[in-house]
Design a protein around this ligand. Structure first.
Ligand code: SGN
Ligand code: CA
Length: 513
Protein backbone atom coordinates (compact mmCIF):
# COMPACT_ATOMS: atom_id res chain seq x y z
CA UNK A 1 0.00 0.00 0.00
CA UNK A 2 2.79 2.38 -0.84
CA UNK A 3 2.02 5.94 -1.70
CA UNK A 4 2.45 6.37 -5.46
CA UNK A 5 5.56 8.50 -5.01
CA UNK A 6 7.34 5.74 -3.11
CA UNK A 7 6.09 3.11 -5.52
CA UNK A 8 6.89 5.08 -8.65
CA UNK A 9 9.81 2.97 -9.72
CA UNK A 10 7.87 -0.28 -9.33
CA UNK A 11 4.69 1.15 -10.83
CA UNK A 12 5.27 2.94 -14.12
CA UNK A 13 1.62 4.02 -14.29
CA UNK A 14 2.42 7.13 -12.33
CA UNK A 15 -1.22 8.03 -11.92
CA UNK A 16 -2.95 8.54 -8.65
CA UNK A 17 -5.11 5.59 -7.59
CA UNK A 18 -8.87 5.65 -7.73
CA UNK A 19 -10.75 4.61 -4.60
CA UNK A 20 -13.97 2.61 -4.38
CA UNK A 21 -15.02 2.64 -0.74
CA UNK A 22 -17.80 0.11 -0.13
CA UNK A 23 -19.48 0.23 3.27
CA UNK A 24 -22.44 -1.83 4.36
CA UNK A 25 -24.50 -1.12 7.45
CA UNK A 26 -24.29 -3.53 10.40
CA UNK A 27 -22.35 -6.26 8.56
CA UNK A 28 -20.96 -8.65 11.18
CA UNK A 29 -17.54 -10.19 10.57
CA UNK A 30 -19.22 -13.50 11.45
CA UNK A 31 -21.14 -13.13 8.16
CA UNK A 32 -18.14 -12.69 5.85
CA UNK A 33 -16.54 -15.94 4.81
CA UNK A 34 -13.06 -14.41 4.48
CA UNK A 35 -13.14 -14.19 8.29
CA UNK A 36 -13.83 -17.92 8.62
CA UNK A 37 -16.65 -17.93 11.19
CA UNK A 38 -18.85 -21.08 11.13
CA UNK A 39 -21.96 -19.04 10.21
CA UNK A 40 -20.28 -17.70 7.09
CA UNK A 41 -19.42 -21.21 5.94
CA UNK A 42 -23.16 -21.79 5.54
CA UNK A 43 -23.74 -18.38 3.97
CA UNK A 44 -20.55 -17.54 2.11
CA UNK A 45 -19.70 -14.17 0.56
CA UNK A 46 -17.64 -15.19 -2.48
CA UNK A 47 -17.41 -11.70 -3.94
CA UNK A 48 -16.36 -9.88 -0.78
CA UNK A 49 -13.86 -12.69 -0.38
CA UNK A 50 -12.37 -11.79 -3.77
CA UNK A 51 -11.06 -8.61 -2.12
CA UNK A 52 -9.29 -10.80 0.45
CA UNK A 53 -7.85 -13.01 -2.29
CA UNK A 54 -6.64 -9.94 -4.18
CA UNK A 55 -5.51 -8.02 -1.12
CA UNK A 56 -5.58 -7.84 2.67
CA UNK A 57 -7.93 -8.84 5.49
CA UNK A 58 -7.52 -6.93 8.74
CA UNK A 59 -8.35 -9.59 11.31
CA UNK A 60 -8.47 -7.21 14.26
CA UNK A 61 -10.40 -4.25 12.94
CA UNK A 62 -12.52 -2.18 15.33
CA UNK A 63 -14.67 0.94 15.64
CA UNK A 64 -14.46 3.80 18.13
CA UNK A 65 -18.21 3.77 18.92
CA UNK A 66 -20.40 1.01 17.55
CA UNK A 67 -23.18 3.07 16.04
CA UNK A 68 -23.90 4.34 12.54
CA UNK A 69 -23.48 8.12 12.64
CA UNK A 70 -20.57 8.23 15.08
CA UNK A 71 -18.73 5.56 13.13
CA UNK A 72 -19.16 7.39 9.84
CA UNK A 73 -18.03 10.66 11.41
CA UNK A 74 -14.93 8.93 12.81
CA UNK A 75 -14.12 7.48 9.38
CA UNK A 76 -14.58 10.80 7.59
CA UNK A 77 -12.41 12.77 10.00
CA UNK A 78 -9.93 10.23 11.39
CA UNK A 79 -10.94 11.48 14.84
CA UNK A 80 -12.95 10.27 17.82
CA UNK A 81 -16.45 11.61 18.39
CA UNK A 82 -15.46 13.83 21.29
CA UNK A 83 -13.19 15.65 18.82
CA UNK A 84 -15.30 15.61 15.63
CA UNK A 85 -18.41 16.47 17.63
CA UNK A 86 -20.60 13.52 16.57
CA UNK A 87 -21.32 11.02 19.35
CA UNK A 88 -24.93 9.89 18.89
CA UNK A 89 -27.27 9.14 16.02
CA UNK A 90 -29.50 12.11 15.31
CA UNK A 91 -26.75 14.68 15.75
CA UNK A 92 -25.71 16.74 12.74
CA UNK A 93 -22.18 16.35 11.45
CA UNK A 94 -20.28 19.63 11.33
CA UNK A 95 -19.46 19.54 7.63
CA UNK A 96 -17.20 22.58 7.85
CA UNK A 97 -14.50 20.48 9.51
CA UNK A 98 -11.77 18.63 7.66
CA UNK A 99 -12.73 15.33 5.97
CA UNK A 100 -10.72 13.09 3.65
CA UNK A 101 -13.27 13.15 0.81
CA UNK A 102 -13.02 16.93 0.66
CA UNK A 103 -9.24 16.77 0.89
CA UNK A 104 -9.22 14.44 -2.11
CA UNK A 105 -11.51 16.74 -4.02
CA UNK A 106 -9.27 19.69 -3.30
CA UNK A 107 -6.37 17.61 -4.59
CA UNK A 108 -8.13 17.09 -7.92
CA UNK A 109 -10.17 13.95 -7.28
CA UNK A 110 -13.71 13.58 -8.44
CA UNK A 111 -15.86 12.44 -5.53
CA UNK A 112 -19.25 10.74 -5.20
CA UNK A 113 -21.33 9.10 -2.49
CA UNK A 114 -24.29 6.81 -3.18
CA UNK A 115 -26.51 5.16 -0.55
CA UNK A 116 -26.89 5.56 3.20
CA UNK A 117 -25.58 8.78 4.67
CA UNK A 118 -27.18 9.30 8.08
CA UNK A 119 -24.96 11.96 9.64
CA UNK A 120 -27.17 14.92 8.90
CA UNK A 121 -29.40 16.12 6.14
CA UNK A 122 -27.21 15.73 3.03
CA UNK A 123 -23.56 15.50 1.94
CA UNK A 124 -23.80 18.98 0.42
CA UNK A 125 -21.47 20.54 2.99
CA UNK A 126 -18.68 18.11 2.12
CA UNK A 127 -18.66 19.27 -1.51
CA UNK A 128 -19.02 15.88 -3.17
CA UNK A 129 -19.19 16.24 -6.94
CA UNK A 130 -22.12 13.85 -6.95
CA UNK A 131 -24.35 12.46 -4.25
CA UNK A 132 -27.46 10.33 -4.23
CA UNK A 133 -28.39 9.23 -0.75
CA UNK A 134 -31.09 7.25 1.01
CA UNK A 135 -33.44 9.23 3.18
CA UNK A 136 -32.34 8.78 6.82
CA UNK A 137 -31.99 5.02 7.53
CA UNK A 138 -33.31 4.15 4.08
CA UNK A 139 -35.86 1.50 3.15
CA UNK A 140 -35.24 -1.88 1.55
CA UNK A 141 -38.13 -1.75 -0.91
CA UNK A 142 -38.90 1.24 -3.13
CA UNK A 143 -36.65 3.59 -1.15
CA UNK A 144 -36.62 7.37 -1.37
CA UNK A 145 -33.37 8.78 -2.76
CA UNK A 146 -32.30 12.37 -2.23
CA UNK A 147 -30.06 14.29 -4.63
CA UNK A 148 -29.24 17.96 -5.04
CA UNK A 149 -32.33 18.04 -7.24
CA UNK A 150 -34.74 16.73 -4.61
CA UNK A 151 -36.35 13.50 -3.46
CA UNK A 152 -37.62 10.59 -5.56
CA UNK A 153 -39.16 7.28 -4.62
CA UNK A 154 -37.73 4.56 -6.84
CA UNK A 155 -39.29 1.18 -7.40
CA UNK A 156 -36.79 -1.54 -6.69
CA UNK A 157 -34.60 -3.07 -4.00
CA UNK A 158 -32.22 -0.71 -2.18
CA UNK A 159 -29.05 -2.80 -2.47
CA UNK A 160 -29.57 -3.39 -6.19
CA UNK A 161 -30.36 0.26 -6.80
CA UNK A 162 -27.24 1.42 -4.96
CA UNK A 163 -25.14 -0.98 -7.02
CA UNK A 164 -26.80 0.15 -10.22
CA UNK A 165 -26.35 3.86 -9.46
CA UNK A 166 -22.71 3.24 -8.53
CA UNK A 167 -22.03 1.46 -11.81
CA UNK A 168 -23.88 4.17 -13.64
CA UNK A 169 -21.69 6.86 -12.07
CA UNK A 170 -18.53 4.92 -12.88
CA UNK A 171 -19.56 4.27 -16.46
CA UNK A 172 -21.27 7.45 -17.55
CA UNK A 173 -21.24 10.27 -15.04
CA UNK A 174 -17.68 10.77 -13.90
CA UNK A 175 -14.98 12.68 -15.72
CA UNK A 176 -12.69 9.93 -17.10
CA UNK A 177 -9.70 12.26 -17.02
CA UNK A 178 -9.65 12.65 -13.26
CA UNK A 179 -8.89 10.17 -10.50
CA UNK A 180 -12.05 9.34 -8.59
CA UNK A 181 -13.27 8.37 -5.15
CA UNK A 182 -16.65 6.65 -5.00
CA UNK A 183 -18.37 5.74 -1.73
CA UNK A 184 -20.92 2.93 -2.08
CA UNK A 185 -22.93 2.88 1.14
CA UNK A 186 -25.43 0.04 1.48
CA UNK A 187 -28.41 0.01 3.82
CA UNK A 188 -28.21 -3.77 4.15
CA UNK A 189 -28.01 -5.78 6.33
CA UNK A 190 -29.47 -3.21 8.78
CA UNK A 191 -32.76 -3.78 10.57
CA UNK A 192 -35.46 -4.71 9.52
CA UNK A 193 -33.50 -7.29 7.57
CA UNK A 194 -35.60 -7.61 4.38
CA UNK A 195 -33.92 -9.70 1.68
CA UNK A 196 -34.48 -9.21 -2.04
CA UNK A 197 -37.31 -11.42 -3.27
CA UNK A 198 -34.79 -13.63 -5.08
CA UNK A 199 -33.05 -14.28 -1.75
CA UNK A 200 -35.98 -14.71 0.64
CA UNK A 201 -35.78 -18.49 0.43
CA UNK A 202 -32.03 -18.74 -0.02
CA UNK A 203 -31.40 -19.92 3.54
CA UNK A 204 -34.79 -21.34 4.46
CA UNK A 205 -33.54 -24.93 4.55
CA UNK A 206 -30.32 -24.11 6.40
CA UNK A 207 -29.84 -24.81 10.11
CA UNK A 208 -27.47 -22.21 11.52
CA UNK A 209 -25.37 -23.12 14.58
CA UNK A 210 -26.91 -21.54 17.68
CA UNK A 211 -24.31 -19.50 19.56
CA UNK A 212 -23.45 -21.11 22.91
CA UNK A 213 -24.30 -17.80 24.58
CA UNK A 214 -27.78 -17.51 23.01
CA UNK A 215 -29.49 -18.13 26.37
CA UNK A 216 -27.09 -15.89 28.32
CA UNK A 217 -28.39 -14.97 31.79
CA UNK A 218 -26.06 -11.90 31.99
CA UNK A 219 -24.89 -12.93 35.44
CA UNK A 220 -22.06 -10.71 36.70
CA UNK A 221 -22.84 -8.10 34.00
CA UNK A 222 -25.46 -5.63 35.27
CA UNK A 223 -25.31 -3.41 32.17
CA UNK A 224 -25.72 -6.36 29.82
CA UNK A 225 -28.72 -7.50 31.80
CA UNK A 226 -30.59 -4.26 31.17
CA UNK A 227 -30.58 -3.94 27.38
CA UNK A 228 -33.48 -4.31 24.96
CA UNK A 229 -31.93 -6.14 22.04
CA UNK A 230 -32.81 -9.72 22.66
CA UNK A 231 -33.93 -11.69 19.60
CA UNK A 232 -36.52 -13.74 21.46
CA UNK A 233 -37.76 -10.94 23.73
CA UNK A 234 -37.26 -7.58 21.98
CA UNK A 235 -37.26 -8.20 18.21
CA UNK A 236 -40.70 -7.40 16.86
CA UNK A 237 -42.31 -10.59 15.69
CA UNK A 238 -43.74 -8.93 12.58
CA UNK A 239 -41.41 -6.05 11.71
CA UNK A 240 -38.18 -7.95 12.36
CA UNK A 241 -39.03 -11.65 12.24
CA UNK A 242 -41.81 -11.50 9.62
CA UNK A 243 -44.02 -13.84 11.66
CA UNK A 244 -47.71 -14.04 10.85
CA UNK A 245 -50.64 -14.33 13.25
CA UNK A 246 -52.09 -17.70 12.21
CA UNK A 247 -51.88 -20.58 9.78
CA UNK A 248 -53.12 -19.43 6.37
CA UNK A 249 -52.90 -15.74 7.26
CA UNK A 250 -50.46 -13.22 5.81
CA UNK A 251 -51.16 -10.65 8.54
CA UNK A 252 -47.98 -9.78 10.42
CA UNK A 253 -47.62 -9.93 14.19
CA UNK A 254 -46.18 -6.86 15.98
CA UNK A 255 -45.15 -4.35 13.34
CA UNK A 256 -45.12 -0.90 14.90
CA UNK A 257 -43.38 0.76 11.93
CA UNK A 258 -45.56 -0.64 9.11
CA UNK A 259 -44.10 1.53 6.34
CA UNK A 260 -41.36 -0.97 5.50
CA UNK A 261 -44.05 -3.35 4.23
CA UNK A 262 -46.75 -0.86 3.26
CA UNK A 263 -44.52 0.80 0.70
CA UNK A 264 -44.06 -2.43 -1.28
CA UNK A 265 -46.07 -2.66 -4.50
CA UNK A 266 -48.98 -5.13 -4.35
CA UNK A 267 -47.01 -7.50 -6.56
CA UNK A 268 -43.88 -7.31 -4.38
CA UNK A 269 -45.93 -7.81 -1.25
CA UNK A 270 -47.84 -10.78 -2.66
CA UNK A 271 -44.58 -12.47 -3.65
CA UNK A 272 -42.99 -11.62 -0.30
CA UNK A 273 -45.93 -13.19 1.55
CA UNK A 274 -45.93 -16.25 -0.69
CA UNK A 275 -42.22 -16.84 -0.10
CA UNK A 276 -42.68 -16.69 3.69
CA UNK A 277 -45.98 -18.56 3.87
CA UNK A 278 -44.81 -22.16 4.31
CA UNK A 279 -42.32 -21.27 7.04
CA UNK A 280 -44.84 -19.15 8.91
CA UNK A 281 -47.61 -21.73 8.59
CA UNK A 282 -45.33 -24.43 9.94
CA UNK A 283 -44.32 -22.20 12.86
CA UNK A 284 -47.94 -21.33 13.66
CA UNK A 285 -49.09 -24.94 13.33
CA UNK A 286 -46.36 -26.14 15.68
CA UNK A 287 -47.56 -23.86 18.50
CA UNK A 288 -43.99 -23.26 19.65
CA UNK A 289 -43.30 -21.84 23.08
CA UNK A 290 -40.42 -20.82 25.33
CA UNK A 291 -37.07 -22.18 24.34
CA UNK A 292 -38.38 -23.81 21.15
CA UNK A 293 -39.83 -20.52 19.97
CA UNK A 294 -36.58 -18.71 20.86
CA UNK A 295 -34.64 -21.19 18.74
CA UNK A 296 -37.09 -20.86 15.84
CA UNK A 297 -36.70 -17.08 16.02
CA UNK A 298 -32.93 -17.40 15.86
CA UNK A 299 -33.12 -19.37 12.62
CA UNK A 300 -35.63 -16.96 11.10
CA UNK A 301 -33.48 -13.98 12.11
CA UNK A 302 -30.41 -15.52 10.52
CA UNK A 303 -32.25 -16.40 7.31
CA UNK A 304 -33.45 -12.84 6.88
CA UNK A 305 -30.22 -11.11 7.90
CA UNK A 306 -28.02 -13.33 5.74
CA UNK A 307 -30.55 -13.09 2.91
CA UNK A 308 -29.90 -9.33 2.81
CA UNK A 309 -26.13 -9.93 2.75
CA UNK A 310 -26.52 -12.02 -0.42
CA UNK A 311 -27.49 -8.96 -2.49
CA UNK A 312 -24.63 -6.93 -1.02
CA UNK A 313 -22.21 -9.65 -2.03
CA UNK A 314 -23.64 -9.80 -5.55
CA UNK A 315 -23.32 -6.02 -5.80
CA UNK A 316 -19.67 -6.16 -4.74
CA UNK A 317 -19.16 -8.78 -7.44
CA UNK A 318 -20.71 -6.55 -10.08
CA UNK A 319 -18.48 -3.64 -9.10
CA UNK A 320 -15.34 -5.78 -9.08
CA UNK A 321 -16.29 -7.28 -12.46
CA UNK A 322 -16.74 -3.84 -13.94
CA UNK A 323 -13.44 -2.57 -12.54
CA UNK A 324 -11.68 -5.62 -14.01
CA UNK A 325 -13.39 -5.52 -17.41
CA UNK A 326 -12.79 -1.79 -17.82
CA UNK A 327 -9.13 -2.03 -16.87
CA UNK A 328 -9.70 0.33 -13.93
CA UNK A 329 -9.00 -2.36 -11.34
CA UNK A 330 -5.24 -2.20 -11.64
CA UNK A 331 -5.12 1.40 -10.43
CA UNK A 332 -8.07 1.29 -8.05
CA UNK A 333 -8.09 0.72 -4.30
CA UNK A 334 -11.22 -1.16 -3.23
CA UNK A 335 -12.16 -1.04 0.45
CA UNK A 336 -14.91 -3.15 2.00
CA UNK A 337 -16.04 -2.30 5.51
CA UNK A 338 -19.13 -1.76 7.64
CA UNK A 339 -20.09 1.05 10.01
CA UNK A 340 -19.77 -1.50 12.83
CA UNK A 341 -20.19 -5.15 13.69
CA UNK A 342 -23.40 -6.84 14.80
CA UNK A 343 -24.75 -9.62 16.98
CA UNK A 344 -25.92 -12.77 15.25
CA UNK A 345 -27.53 -14.22 18.35
CA UNK A 346 -24.47 -14.04 20.63
CA UNK A 347 -25.75 -13.23 24.14
CA UNK A 348 -29.24 -13.61 22.65
CA UNK A 349 -28.84 -10.34 20.72
CA UNK A 350 -29.30 -8.46 17.51
CA UNK A 351 -28.00 -4.83 17.15
CA UNK A 352 -24.59 -3.52 18.25
CA UNK A 353 -23.42 -0.59 20.49
CA UNK A 354 -21.38 -2.57 23.05
CA UNK A 355 -17.63 -2.61 23.52
CA UNK A 356 -18.02 -6.41 23.45
CA UNK A 357 -16.34 -8.20 20.59
CA UNK A 358 -19.08 -8.75 18.00
CA UNK A 359 -20.09 -5.09 17.90
CA UNK A 360 -16.72 -3.42 18.46
CA UNK A 361 -15.26 -5.37 15.54
CA UNK A 362 -15.93 -4.37 11.97
CA UNK A 363 -14.86 -5.99 8.71
CA UNK A 364 -12.01 -4.39 6.79
CA UNK A 365 -10.73 -5.79 3.50
CA UNK A 366 -8.68 -3.85 0.94
CA UNK A 367 -7.32 -4.61 -2.51
CA UNK A 368 -4.78 -2.49 -4.34
CA UNK A 369 -3.16 -4.42 -7.17
CA UNK A 370 0.59 -4.02 -7.42
CA UNK A 371 0.75 -2.63 -3.88
CA UNK A 372 -0.87 -5.28 -1.67
CA UNK A 373 -0.08 -8.93 -2.18
CA UNK A 374 -3.17 -11.14 -2.47
CA UNK A 375 -3.96 -13.22 0.61
CA UNK A 376 -2.26 -10.82 3.06
CA UNK A 377 -3.55 -10.79 6.64
CA UNK A 378 -2.86 -8.21 9.31
CA UNK A 379 -3.37 -8.97 13.00
CA UNK A 380 -2.42 -5.59 14.46
CA UNK A 381 -5.15 -3.58 16.21
CA UNK A 382 -6.67 -1.16 13.70
CA UNK A 383 -9.58 1.23 14.05
CA UNK A 384 -11.91 3.17 11.77
CA UNK A 385 -10.03 6.44 12.51
CA UNK A 386 -7.18 4.90 10.50
CA UNK A 387 -9.02 4.96 7.16
CA UNK A 388 -8.56 8.69 6.57
CA UNK A 389 -4.75 8.84 6.90
CA UNK A 390 -4.35 5.56 5.02
CA UNK A 391 -6.34 6.58 1.97
CA UNK A 392 -4.74 10.02 1.89
CA UNK A 393 -1.29 8.48 1.94
CA UNK A 394 -2.22 6.18 -0.95
CA UNK A 395 -3.49 9.17 -2.91
CA UNK A 396 -0.34 11.12 -2.17
CA UNK A 397 -2.30 13.86 -0.41
CA UNK A 398 -0.71 15.27 2.75
CA UNK A 399 -2.67 14.79 5.97
CA UNK A 400 -3.21 17.79 8.23
CA UNK A 401 -2.33 17.71 11.92
CA UNK A 402 -4.89 16.58 14.44
CA UNK A 403 -5.86 13.27 12.85
CA UNK A 404 -6.01 10.65 15.59
CA UNK A 405 -5.77 7.57 13.39
CA UNK A 406 -2.61 6.28 11.70
CA UNK A 407 -1.86 5.03 8.23
CA UNK A 408 -2.24 1.27 7.85
CA UNK A 409 0.21 1.17 4.95
CA UNK A 410 3.24 -0.06 6.97
CA UNK A 411 1.17 -2.88 8.49
CA UNK A 412 0.21 -4.12 5.04
CA UNK A 413 3.86 -3.99 3.98
CA UNK A 414 4.71 -6.22 6.93
CA UNK A 415 6.63 -3.41 8.66
CA UNK A 416 4.58 -2.49 11.71
CA UNK A 417 6.02 0.60 13.39
CA UNK A 418 7.60 -0.15 16.74
CA UNK A 419 5.21 2.28 18.39
CA UNK A 420 2.04 0.85 16.82
CA UNK A 421 -0.89 1.10 19.25
CA UNK A 422 -1.06 -1.65 21.86
CA UNK A 423 -4.63 -0.92 22.87
CA UNK A 424 -7.83 0.62 21.52
CA UNK A 425 -9.97 3.30 23.08
CA UNK A 426 -13.77 3.08 22.84
CA UNK A 427 -16.65 5.31 23.93
CA UNK A 428 -20.37 4.71 23.38
CA UNK A 429 -22.73 7.57 24.35
CA UNK A 430 -26.28 6.96 23.15
CA UNK A 431 -28.38 6.42 26.28
CA UNK A 432 -31.29 6.66 26.60
CA UNK A 433 -31.88 5.37 23.11
CA UNK A 434 -32.88 2.40 21.00
CA UNK A 435 -32.04 -0.89 22.75
CA UNK A 436 -31.16 0.80 26.06
CA UNK A 437 -27.45 0.13 26.11
CA UNK A 438 -25.88 2.18 28.90
CA UNK A 439 -23.17 4.67 27.96
CA UNK A 440 -19.69 3.33 28.52
CA UNK A 441 -16.05 3.83 27.71
CA UNK A 442 -13.21 1.40 27.84
CA UNK A 443 -10.03 -0.08 26.50
CA UNK A 444 -9.19 -3.28 24.65
CA UNK A 445 -5.69 -4.71 24.40
CA UNK A 446 -4.85 -7.88 22.48
CA UNK A 447 -5.83 -9.88 25.56
CA UNK A 448 -7.89 -7.83 28.03
CA UNK A 449 -10.86 -5.54 28.01
CA UNK A 450 -11.91 -3.03 30.64
CA UNK A 451 -15.08 -0.94 30.48
CA UNK A 452 -16.90 1.53 32.64
CA UNK A 453 -20.66 1.89 32.29
CA UNK A 454 -22.07 5.18 33.56
CA UNK A 455 -25.21 7.26 33.71
CA UNK A 456 -27.98 5.55 35.64
CA UNK A 457 -25.49 2.88 36.69
CA UNK A 458 -21.84 2.91 37.65
CA UNK A 459 -20.32 -0.45 36.84
CA UNK A 460 -16.92 -1.68 35.78
CA UNK A 461 -16.30 -4.81 33.73
CA UNK A 462 -13.09 -6.68 33.00
CA UNK A 463 -12.59 -9.60 30.62
CA UNK A 464 -9.74 -11.94 29.84
CA UNK A 465 -10.38 -12.54 26.14
CA UNK A 466 -8.00 -15.45 25.99
CA UNK A 467 -9.67 -17.40 28.79
CA UNK A 468 -13.14 -16.09 28.04
CA UNK A 469 -13.49 -15.10 24.35
CA UNK A 470 -17.28 -14.86 24.55
CA UNK A 471 -17.10 -12.38 27.45
CA UNK A 472 -19.34 -14.24 29.85
CA UNK A 473 -17.27 -13.73 33.00
CA UNK A 474 -16.78 -10.24 34.32
CA UNK A 475 -13.59 -10.55 36.42
CA UNK A 476 -13.60 -7.05 37.86
CA UNK A 477 -13.79 -8.39 41.43
CA UNK A 478 -11.55 -11.40 40.90
CA UNK A 479 -8.36 -11.02 42.99
CA UNK A 480 -6.51 -13.24 40.52
CA UNK A 481 -6.66 -10.37 38.02
CA UNK A 482 -5.83 -7.53 40.39
CA UNK A 483 -2.62 -6.60 38.62
CA UNK A 484 -4.02 -6.84 35.11
CA UNK A 485 -6.99 -4.71 36.12
CA UNK A 486 -4.70 -2.06 37.56
CA UNK A 487 -2.64 -2.06 34.37
CA UNK A 488 -5.72 -1.71 32.20
CA UNK A 489 -7.09 1.09 34.39
CA UNK A 490 -3.83 2.95 33.93
CA UNK A 491 -3.99 2.29 30.19
CA UNK A 492 -7.54 3.61 30.04
CA UNK A 493 -6.51 6.79 31.85
CA UNK A 494 -3.56 7.16 29.49
CA UNK A 495 -5.76 6.79 26.40
CA UNK A 496 -8.34 9.24 27.68
CA UNK A 497 -5.62 11.76 28.14
CA UNK A 498 -3.82 10.92 24.89
CA UNK A 499 -7.00 11.27 22.80
CA UNK A 500 -8.27 14.15 24.93
CA UNK A 501 -11.55 12.60 26.02
CA UNK A 502 -12.81 14.40 29.08
CA UNK A 503 -16.41 13.30 28.53
CA UNK A 504 -18.60 12.73 30.43
CA UNK A 505 -17.93 16.14 31.87
CA UNK A 506 -19.66 15.78 35.18
CA UNK A 507 -20.50 13.27 37.82
CA UNK A 508 -18.64 10.44 39.39
CA UNK A 509 -17.97 8.82 36.06
CA UNK A 510 -15.62 11.60 35.00
CA UNK A 511 -12.38 9.92 35.86
CA UNK A 512 -11.52 6.26 36.07
CA UNK A 513 -10.94 5.42 39.69
C1 SGN B 1 -32.92 2.03 13.85
C2 SGN B 1 -33.21 0.61 14.27
C3 SGN B 1 -32.49 0.27 15.55
C4 SGN B 1 -31.01 0.59 15.38
C5 SGN B 1 -30.86 2.04 15.00
C6 SGN B 1 -29.44 2.50 14.80
N1 SGN B 1 -34.62 0.38 14.39
O1 SGN B 1 -33.50 2.94 14.73
O2 SGN B 1 -32.68 -1.11 15.82
O3 SGN B 1 -30.29 0.32 16.55
O4 SGN B 1 -31.54 2.23 13.78
O5 SGN B 1 -28.83 1.84 13.72
S1 SGN B 1 -35.50 0.17 13.03
O6 SGN B 1 -36.38 -0.97 13.23
O7 SGN B 1 -36.27 1.39 12.84
O8 SGN B 1 -34.59 -0.06 11.92
S2 SGN B 1 -27.66 2.55 12.99
O9 SGN B 1 -27.02 1.54 12.15
O10 SGN B 1 -28.22 3.62 12.20
O11 SGN B 1 -26.78 3.04 14.04
CA1 CA C 1 -25.03 0.65 11.36
Amino acid sequence: MDAPSRAASAEPRGTRPNIVFIMSDDHAVQAISAYGHPVSKLAPTPNIDRIAQNGVVFRNSFVTNSLCGPSRAAMLTGKFGHVNGFNKNGETFDASQWTWPRALKEAGYQTAVIGKWHIGPTPEGIDFDYWKILDDQGKYYNPDFITAGGRTRVEGYATDLITRYSLDWLKTRRDPDKPFMLMVHHKAPHRNFMPALRHVQKYQGVEFPVPPTYFDDYKSRPAAARQEMNIYRDAQEGHDLKMTVAVGSTRLRENIWPDDFDRMTPAQRAEWDRLHQAGNDAMNAAGLEGRDMALWKYQRYMQEYLGTVAAVDEGVGELLDYLEESGLAENTIVVYTSDQGFYLGEHGWFDKRWIYEESMRTPLLVQYPGHIRGGTTVDALVQNIDYAPTLLECAGVPAPGGIQGRSLAPLVEGKPPADWRRSLYYHYYEFPGFHSVRAHYGVRSDRYKLARFYGDIDAWEFYDLKADPTEMHNRIDDPAYREEIATMKAELARLREYYGDETPHSGRANAPR
